[in-house]
Design a protein. Sequence first.
Length: 397
Amino acid sequence: MTAPTETSAPTSSPRAARKHARSGALRRIVAIARKEALHVQRDPRSLYLALGMPIVLLLLFGYGVSFDMDHLPVVLVDEDRTPESREIADRVFASGDLHMVGRASSGDEAHGIFARREAHAVLILPRGTSESIGRGEAVEAQLLIDGVEANSAAQLQGKAESALRSASLAMSVEAMGPRAVAIPTEVRLSTWFNPEERSQLYLVPGLAAYILAIVAVLLTALTVSREWERSSIQQLFVTPVRTYEIMLGKLVPYFLLGVVAEMTVFVVGAWVFDVPMRGDPLALASASLLFLLGMLGQGMLISIVARNQMVATQVATMTSMLPSMLLSGFVFPIENMPLPLQVISNVVPARYFIHALRGVLLRGNGFPEIGFDLLMLTAFACLMLFAGTKRFKRELA
């Protein structure tokens, strides 16, 4: 009778080994993410930064920053002192764009008026105004403007010229009949995408990028630096957790918080400021998620390099706030910047996110129109995550 031969235990296939490795990596990432989520729950400052700060900043900037100006204060100088000059003054101020805050006897008082900031402009109706109206001629009024505030001066000039032209033409027609209208060319103006010319529709997409850049970078700028200061990073280094698993595990909770913050900003913008959604929502979601991932990666890289919460906060604020405000096209058109700043703006991710937001929300764009923006946002996100992973060394020195 022969003894039975020993059979060796079946060896696992390479596919099963890879599957086991992936499941183990996923468990480790989830464990680190759960640990970071518990820290967020115990730290109300992180929740305020992610959920409260975007709403506060959006409302503050949305209501406080506006390029739309009306009721501009103007002082009137009526040198003609006739019923016709008084009527034309009433017509000029009837629209509400210009607001008469007082009268002066001559234009020589303009310097004192501007010095006391009583008005932005002085409107002078010269002698002979009534004769010009009677002959059907344009009224040659004089407008003295305080040019210290350039935006106010430009708007005031345009509104005053339009109001004077309309008022003098209407009075000339009443005085002489239709033969006073001798305009060979008629221009019909049609404004697309923002027919009411509301500055909020222009500002809110830029505000969304500006706010999300600050919040996302600050959220992750303190994660690893806090671990370095508390020396708790040693507990991660003695575990078999890989570097990329630590990175992903720490990013997941803040990525979810950032998604909630993004949705909050868009909902508040639509509800409070009537910002429309005219384009593809999937294109908007793709641009938003890529931008959020890149900003979180930038904050993580800062946190890894700084190893100090104070330094990380300062660097995060400088690298997210200033470029997103000044070099992204949020406030100042990039085409009007000096050439060196235009070149630098090419590496600012907020530039591409703002362009995509305005295209999708206001112009009705989709993936074909914002394809280049998505490509640049993807490149920036990959660069930040790759640089952070490479810079994150498993060493205590």
